[in-house]
Design a binder for this molecule. Structure first.
Ligand code: SF4
Length: 290
């Protein structure tokens, strides 16, 4: 076990061998067109208060200590690069990762992603999408560029709010919007097809956030609101910690479907004005699989 200092706290980092690394998709990301998911670790040291992953419990492949102590440690799949090298096929459309940020703070020291890119470069799938919120992805820009010369590489970069005081209360261990926008610019300047994914949509100025996303990526914009158990009887939903924060700070309406639809409409209007598309749900995520 080693300790990760990336979030300002000593968090344990474990290693574990697993039996497989590419999982056939189901549900939301299968509807979007992905054939496989790739999760290099279990549990994410960003520990966002709204993260839907711990609400999936065993259905997300988690153990009880992981959903009960979400964000407090992580376990890297130590044999992931070797398993990936054997499992890759040319037709695969891979989403990395639905259950963890592949560039979570612990990745800075662990350096799992360069090993996975080495395998992907040797045997490229049809599409590989990296879902992250971390400027650490820039560390691997040269590997992303090399892979993009062989197959379709997409980076879906999470931007959640334009208000840093909001970011600090819902995702205190994540980087500021400014740092994320700089990372998006570096990806775009490096020729990597990069999308801004406004997910979950935190309290924000919707027009301003949509404009920042457009300026940063010059691409279509994806969105996704909070998901409440009261409106979604099964499947992944927003973690209850975020609901408590919203109640405390007077942001309850950001959890209401009608209000969410109006916010999405305001974002869509800005994005469409610039000739780009805005969508939420599987339709939006299908752009990442193409
Ligand atoms: S970065 Fe993503 S996977 Fe990690 S805690 Fe936050 S929402 Fe969950």
């Amino acid at each position: 076990m080693t300790y990760n200092q990336g979030v300002g706290l000593p968090l344990p980092i474990y290693e574990e061998q697993v039996k497989s690394i590419l999982s056939p998709t189901s549900g939301f990301i299968a509807q979007a067109g992905f054939t496989h998911s790739l999760n290099p670790a279990r549990n994410c040291t960003y520990g966002c208060t709204y993260c839907y992953v711990p609400t999936m419990r065993v259905h997300g492949g988690l153990r009880q200590r992981e959903w009960e102590r979400w964000g407090q440690f992580t376990t890297f799949k130590s044999n992931a690069p070797a398993l990936l090298a054997k499992a890759l096929r040319p037709a695969q459309v891979i989403y990395c990762s639905p259950l963890v940020d592949p560039y979570q703070p612990a990745e800075a020291a662990r350096r799992m992603m360069p090993e996975l890119f080495a395998a992907l470069i040797r045997k490229p799938p049809a599409v590989i999408t990296i879902q992250t919120r971390s400027p650490l992805v820039i560390r691997d820009l040269e590997l992303l560029k090399e892979l993009a010369g062989k197959t379709r590489v997409r980076v879906s970069f999470s931007l959640t709010t334009d208000m840093d005081e909001v970011r600090r209360i819902y995702e205190p261990h994540c980087e500021s919007l400014e740092e994320r926008l700089q990372a998006v610019a570096a990806l775009r300047n490096g020729g990597i097809k990069t999308f801004a994914t406004l997910a979950p949509i935190l309290p924000c100025n919707p027009e301003r956030l949509a404009r920042l996303a457009l300026e940063a990526t010059e691409n279509d914009v994806l969105g996704d609101p909070f998901h409440e158990r009261s409106n979604k009887p099964a499947g992944a939903v927003t973690r209850p910690q975020a609901e408590a924060i919203s109640r405390k700070h007077g942001y309850e309406e950001w959890h209401e479907p009608g209000f969410q639809a109006r916010i999405a409409g305001r974002m869509a209007a800005v994005v469409r004005e610039s000739g780009r598309k805005f969508a939420i749900g599987p339709e939006a995520f299908s752009w990442l699989a193409q």
